[in-house]
Design a protein around this ligand. Sequence first.
Ligand code: NAD
Ligand code: SER
Length: 311
Amino acid sequence: MKKILVVGSSGQIGTELVIELRKRYGNDSVIASDVQPPKAQLGDGPFETLDILDKDRLHEVILKHQVKEVYLLAALLSATAEKNPAFAWKLNMDGLFHVLDLAKAKIIDKIFWPSSIAVFGPTTPKVNTPQFTIMEPSTVYGISKQAGERWCEYYAKKHGVDVRSIRYPGLISYTSPPGGGTTDYAVDIFYYAKRNEKYTCFLKENTPLPMMYMEDAIRATIDLMEAPAEKVKIRSSYNISGISFTPKEIYEQIKKSVPDFQIEYVPDFRQAIADSWPGSIDDTEAAKDWGWKAKYNLSALAQIMLEHIQA
Ligand code: NAD
Ligand code: SER
């Protein structure tokens, strides 16, 4: 059985990705790693404390477990990155190079590295944003993701590295909290709804953003990684689309289950980030190349979140 390393396994995506990978490939085949301790939800299975900026330690963990596939999730997200641009650039870029170089040296065979809708910017068409379009990101996070995409494609073309990537939209889940993004409001709102406490939203009511329920995102990730190499035609990163909604629309959806729920809108610095991103995404290329299709709509997502989130 191939050995898989997940770097950043204590985060919002890492927690659920490790759980699903272990279900499919067995606990011992999936090595979780992070600078933080592992989340209790991961249960049994190997864990290594690993700072992705420590290249020697990464190499040591890979050799120790004979890892052949790496999912690199460690990064600073959009809002946190704006508070510490120099470190965000270092973490988001050096971490990627450390993994790409191991694949170039044929020590590992395959990489998953997530990009984001943040690669798009104010000059990008906002509705049904195409796969190939104007990309002038205005956040340090978006700049790092766009540069990362270019490097992934470069390593794939020049060095034959099998690197695969998805431009995730805002991800919504209840297992592990989000880690400092602009789309975090769409998770936070459910905790307040569950307590029936008024929610103060940091975005304006009519700000549409592309979002997705985590189960869809995990399925997309593993489907892409399992697709035959010749089907993965895009080696920068694939657009994928789930659900697009505004804060007002998700509030109104929640109100159907929590009729007294209240919200106020007090936009902060994250409004400018959200305004620079698309409202919806065209994912024709992912559908065509490896059969991507989202399952969850807004009503299904809200129902699951309200059922499972711990107030
Ligand atoms: P997160 O912040 O929840 O988790 C990141 C994890 O990386 C954390 O557990 C953190 O401890 C760990 N980490 C930080 N620095 C590290 C280091 N030096 N070495 C090892 N681990 C380190 O983030 P997430 O939401 O799970 O995102 C994972 C990836 O997906 C990121 O690249 C992010 O840009 C991308 N992404 C996420 C979303 C989303 O909505 N969650 C959307 C688009 C793209
Ligand atoms: N959810 C992420 C963020 O808001 C999008 O990449 O930063």
